[in-house]
Design a protein around this ligand. Structure first.
Ligand SMILES: Cc1cc2nc3c(=O)[nH]c(=O)nc-3n(C[C@H](O)[C@H](O)[C@H](O)COP(=O)(O)OP(=O)(O)OC[C@H]3O[C@@H](n4cnc5c(N)ncnc54)[C@H](O)[C@@H]3O)c2cc1C
Length: 372
């Protein structure tokens, strides 16, 4: 891109949300419903973030769309956003830079037709997460994918990346995507997991088991086989120190390999302004520090959703609402209604985290806030 040809524009706004996934969308809706004005930016041409590629039904409460499929929830959120006159949408727009100028947050946004400078008083980062990669021989061969990428190809674009797959990782994403591959007529030769037990929910594990997919715990990938593209994989057993047990190697004939080995919070914009970041493995690695109102170490910059710790869509939505109320209060002032609403949302979030699957998150949040 030739910088001299960029068509520079300047926008001045009070509240901006970056990221139109479940967290950012709910934050924007909350601000609008309280009567505030907000600009919502997303790099995609649509609203919904990860939801648009999720074809399975959600659990939880009616308020959080249980029984609906992810892409259906995304459609509802998009319709809701478009109904609000006080939400301005900037789609196909990627925020690539963040700067602090006096009390203003200055965002550099790239659109197809040029660069936009967005000045704002309050900013909510709801940028989600990116997929982790794994080190093994030949991991750069075409045919080695992230699970999210495969989900996009299969569920969003109707493209099968191959006929048979090895899934690496048995967290919820590995299990859910494996099932979706079966639904698309792709053979899942095996799901392998380096830990001694499956890490995703039993309900997702059981579905795969019923379909006869081998789920091999204490196993890892050794290498991808192939010259120009993947034609197979070598897997092996590991001991309790996660070292490969010699002689246990096995070759699988597959034409693609899918990595579902975790996500990392997408906090790059906060790094740019020197926001405080802590390493908390339970929340997904390097994660922004934030308080109970979702404010980061930089006044008037808030976070919510996966960028504040890898969890799931229901909690992302609740966090979005809390961050939305906090952001609204900064511009329009706190009142009885906002205070009550925020307490109600916090209680609900606490309730959502009562199950055994949330233990890790609660430990992570404690670590994040310890010693500030
Ligand atoms: C494969 C997969 C399966 C899942 N299955 C489930 C499930 O069954 N149930 C469940 O509850 N959860 C599930 N989740 C998790 C759930 O989807 C996420 O927790 C949730 O989407 C997080 O919401 P978010 O709004 O924080 O992030 P996202 O949904 O990732 O949204 C972030 C948005 O921000 C945009 N963005 C990022 N950076 C920028 C930038 N610089 N400029 C402009 N836009 C930007 C992104 O493009 C994206 O649209 C799954 C996740 C994955 C990846």
């Amino acid at each position: 891109m030739n910088g001299n040809n960029l068509d520079k524009k300047i926008l001045d706004r009070k509240i901006v949300v970056i990221g139109g996934g479940p967290a950012g969308t709910k934050a924007a809706l909350m601000i609008a419903d309280l009567g505030g004005e907000v600009l919502l930016i997303d790099e995609n041409p649509y609203i919904g973030g990860q939801l648009v590629k999720q074809t399975h039904k959600f659990f939880g409460s009616e308020e959080l769309y249980c029984g609906l499929r992810g892409f259906e929830i995304a459609k509802i959120l998009e319709e809701e956003i478009k109904k609000r006159e006080n939400i301005e949408l900037l789609l196909n727009a990627c925020a690539v830079g963040l700067y602090l100028e006096n009390d203003k947050k200055v965002i550099a946004v790239i659109k197809e037709d040029g660069l936009i400078r967005v000045n704002t008083d309050v900013l909510i980062l709801a940028t989600g997460a990116y997929e982790n990669f794994l080190l093994f021989e030949n991991n750069d061969l075409p045919g080695v994918y992230g699970a999210g990428a495969v989900q996009t190809l299969v569920n969003q674009y109707g493209v099968r990346p191959g006929k048979s797959c090895l899934m690496v990782g048995s967290g919820n994403i590995g299990l859910i995507v494996s099932y979706q591959l079966l639904q698309a007529g792709i053979e899942v030769k095996a799901v392998i997991e380096i830990l001694p037990k499956v890490s995703g929910w039993y309900v997702h594990y059981a579905k795969l088991k019923r379909c006869g997919v081998p789920i091999l715990t204490s196993h890892t990938i050794v290498k991808a086989i192939g010259k120009d593209y993947v034609t197979g994989a070598v897997i092996a057993k590991v001991n309790k120190n996660f070292k490969i047990i010699k002689g246990s190697e096995k070759r699988l004939k597959v034409d693609f390999i899918c990595l579902a080995v975790g996500l990392t919070p997408f906090a790059d914009l906060l790094w740019q302004v020197n926001g405080k970041i802590k390493y908390v493995p339970e929340l997904g690695g390097f994660v922004p520090y934030y308080d109970e109102n979702y404010e980061t170490s930089i006044r008037n910059i808030f976070v919510c959703g996966d960028v504040s710790g890898i969890e799931e869509a229901s909690t992302a939505m609740m966090e979005g609402e809390i961050a939305g109320i906090s952001a609204y209060e900064r511009i329009y002032g706190e009142n009885e209604k906002t205070k009550e609403l925020k307490e109600e949302k916090k209680k609900y979030l606490h309730h959502l985290r009562k199950g055994p699957h949330s233990k890790k998150i609660l430990i992570g949040l404690k670590k994040l806030r310890d010693d500030n």
